[in-house]
Design a protein around this ligand. Structure first.
Ligand SMILES: *Cc1c(COP(=O)(O)O)cnc(C)c1O
Length: 485
């Protein structure tokens, strides 16, 4: 199946090459020239892994043996064989995406990506090993490490800002086992680490490091279509759950509210709809960094504003990369997309044509929720619905409520839950009650006693695990660190 860049439809590659390359050579993102068709009713009757094989297989047909790859990616790694269970809270249905090995929603995609990459590598006859290089502000790093650990033919190196991630996030990363993993703190902030990684990529020619190094560079970030495709599955899974519970009949439309950062998660929902799933409105929830809310409401994307640091840090983003794919899908116009992205780069702002704005509004709704409201929502949902949300999920919940209040649309609502409450224990605890100061691990235990909700196993044992990666380097030493791998 052919993929091309969002900025030029002439340069095509097959789906295996799109996964291997990640980004198109012109800086655009890969999109399928034509969306595949699947048998929706048959797919909805499958278990989650068979669903995943069908859906990912349809999106990436040039990668063979999808059932085997899905099995290797997920079997035994999630808390439940359902992978992404749903909970009926009596008000909204919560789709729990955080039951994976690191308690983050990114596990769903990052368990699968290594399998897709290595299969694509074999398919294309690539000889060299791949080096996945990532700078992280917290969550992505650990999910990528867990996904890539001990995968043959790949190494992974994660840089994080020294003192710039939470104690739990640091512990998750520095205790990572696996003979192909490297983790290192960088003196500086996240931007320094990120810039260091970008410089290493810039110094590489065609993905090759200097001085005869044999590794080929690649990234695990969410612009890769191999990260997007696995996320389509859980929209089908949630719909199937509502069917099995008798809450909907086949063909009824369901709304989904998605806590959004880079626009990958919600775009997967839109793709699910295009594959034939009866999806109603897709509701885009932001925190105080409400660039997307403004964009969807007005058609003007304006990144010229300060970045706020919030209690939902995985959504603290000013440029949502995957939006570019939606602009292409709804306009079909690569020249337009190339022009808008150029404006974003040079001016920091662009406005889409009226017809494109209308097309977006017909399928999406957007709202935002600040920290204060998110914390109040955590308390409220816990007391009234007996459900413990993290800060990202609470943002989604609050925006879903606004949507229902403002539109009166009472179709079933699924709120995507993107993290375990135990990944953000300080904020969640502060929402429930005022407590004295304690470290994050003590907060987790206190929260468990207070709520009766169990700490996920992968987080509970962290403090006892051996620290394996304690290095801290200057930001100027990042390249030599990588060359030594
Ligand atoms: C990454 C992340 C998001 C945002 O997802 P996008 O696909 O980037 O929109 C939301 N919540 C959590 C907890 C995340 O880690």
């Amino acid at each position: 199946m052919l993929y091309h860049s969002t900025r030029n439809h002439q340069a095509t590659v097959d789906s295996a090459q799109a996964v291997l390359s990640g980004l198109a050579p012109d800086g655009g993102l890969y999109v399928p020239a034509q969306l595949p068709k699947i048998d929706v009713e048959a797919t909805l009757q499958e278990n989650t892994m068979a669903m995943a094989a069908r859906i990912i297989g349809a999106m990436l047909p040039d990668i063979p043996n999808m059932e085997t790859l899905v099995d290797r990616a997920y079997r035994g790694k999630f808390q439940t064989e359902e992978l992404t269970p749903t909970v009926d809270t009596g008000k909204f249905t919560v789709l729990e995406l955080f039951r994976g090995p690191t308690s983050a929603f990114k596990d769903v995609a990052l368990c699968m990506l290594p399998q897709l990459l290595t299969a694509a590598k074999t398919e294309k006859g690539m000889q060299e090993d791949i080096l996945i290089l990532t700078a992280t502000s917290g969550d992505t790093g650990k999910a990528a490490l867990a996904g890539f650990a001990d995968v043959p033919g790949v190494k992974i190196c994660v840089f994080y800002p020294d003192g710039g991630v939470s104690a739990v996030q640091r512990a998750q990363m520095v205790t990572q086992e696996g003979n192909n993993v490297a983790v290192c703190a960088v003196k500086g902030n996240f931007d320094d680490a990120q810039t260091g990684v970008k410089n290493i990529f810039a110094s590489a020619e065609n993905g090759r490091l200097p001085a005869g190094n044999k590794l080929r560079l690649s990234t695990a970030n969410s612009i890769n279509i191999g990260r997007l495709a696995p996320q389509i599955t859980y929209y089908f899974k949630a719909y199937a759950d509502l069917l099995h519970r008798g809450q909907i009949k086949m063909g009824d439309t369901v709304n989904f509210c998605v806590p959004t950062g880079n626009f990958g998660d919600i775009l997967a929902g839109w793709l699910a709809k295009k594959l034939g799933l009866p999806v109603g409105k897709l509701i885009c929830a932001s925190n105080a960094n409400n660039v997307l809310t403004d964009f969807i409401q007005t058609g003007t994307y304006d990144r010229r504003r300060p970045l706020h640091k919030t209690e939902s840090p995985s959504m603290d983003i000013l440029v949502s990369s995957n939006l570019e794919r939606l602009l292409y899908f709804l306009s079909g116009d690569t020249a337009l997309v190339a022009d808008l992205m150029k404006q974003l780069n040079t001016e920091g702002v662009y406005t889409v044509p009226e017809s494109l704005k209308e097309a977006i509004l017909s399928e999406f709704w957007a709202g935002f929720c600040d920290d204060e409201k998110a914390l109040a929502t955590i308390k409220n949902v816990f007391e009234k619905q007996n459900y413990l949300c993290d800060t990202h999920t609470a943002t989604g919940w609050a925006v879903a409520e606004d949507y229902v209040n403002q539109t009166g649309d009472n179709r079933p609502m699924v709120v995507l839950s993107t993290a375990s409450a135990y990944k953000f224990p300080a904020a969640v605890l502060s929402a429930l009650e005022k407590v004295e100061e304690m470290d994050e691990f003590a907060q987790m235990e206190y929260l468990e006693k207070r709520t009766g909700w169990e700490i996920p196993k992968n987080l509970a044992g962290l403090q006892q695990k051996k620290e394996l990666h304690t290095g801290v380097i200057e930001k100027t030493a990042m390249l030599s660190f990588v060359m030594g791998l």
